[in-house]
Ligand binder design. Structure first.
Ligand code: ZN
Length: 243
């Protein structure tokens, strides 16, 4: 059975539930940060992740909700949503977030942004990816933060990375021992690659294979909740278009 790797759920419980149902039986769930922020159900998402025993790293939105980041580093809508989230976290949710690491390194490395700068760096190009291979040891590092599914490998030719690492839904990748990999599952709760469906990745460490998946969820239901909470319009509008 595979390991389910998700990122950037962003308090979108409907999207998370759709992914859990679509992924089927898995041995573990890894969540690469930004479980909260933007979306309307931060506490419920954290409760659900704990219920299924998910392993989570903290991202910039967890740190913002905990007051560890200056909200001046966020754009207006993101800052407003971060304040909204911070005000609504239950003591139990806050305690859970306080205990999250920013990375682990065992079967694979897991971070939110990049192994070089786990909270903030965006890996959006082959050049940034190549610079990050020196910052972890094993064969595989899973990362999120960009909300765009992607794959980079060491010693890749220019042609292999001509689209800046982007991968398509349903794409499979055999992980060769001759390479090392940086792999992004895309975003569950706020995709930004033009496809509004929730994105996730299944990793089979025995077969040395990953596959990227997409699943539709009830976007309108999440939008209704966001409007009811008076979250900034741009945040619910973008869910329809995946931007
Ligand atoms: Zn995010």
């Amino acid at each position: 059975m595979p390991i389910l790797v998700v990122s950037d759920i962003h308090a979108n419980l409907a999207a998370l539930e759709a992914v859990l149902a679509d992924a089927g039986p898995v041995t573990a769930v890894w969540s690469l940060g930004d479980m909260v922020g933007y979306g309307p159900r931060p506490n419920q998402v954290l409760e659900r992740l704990q219920e299924i025993g998910a392993r989570c790293v903290a991202g910039n939105h967890e740190w913002a909700a905990l007051g560890r980041l200056d909200l001046a580093e966020f754009n207006g809508a993101a800052a407003a949503a971060a304040e909204w989230t911070r005000d609504r976290l239950t003591p139990a949710s806050r305690a859970y977030l306080e205990g999250l690491p920013v990375r682990w390194d065992d079967e694979a490395t897991a971070v939110h942004g990049s192994p070089r700068d786990p909270i903030w760096e965006y890996i959006l190009s082959g050049a940034t990816a190549q610079a990050n291979f020196a910052h972890f040891q094993g064969g595989c590092c899973f990362f999120g933060h960009t909300h765009v599914p992607a794959a980079y490998r060491t010693r890749a030719t220019f042609k292999e990375q001509y689209r800046d690492g982007r991968v398509d839904p349903g794409q499979r990748l055999r992980l060769s021992s001759e390479h090392r990999y940086l792999l992004n599952p895309g975003s569950v709760g706020q995709p930004r690659d033009g496809d509004p469906r929730a994105s996730y990745l299944l990793w089979d460490p025995i077969a040395s294979e990953v596959v990227w998946c997409r699943v539709e969820y009830d976007v309108a239901a999440t939008q209704v909740l966001m409007r009811a909470e008076d979250l900034p319009d741009v945040l619910w509008q973008r869910l329809s278009v995946g931007r």
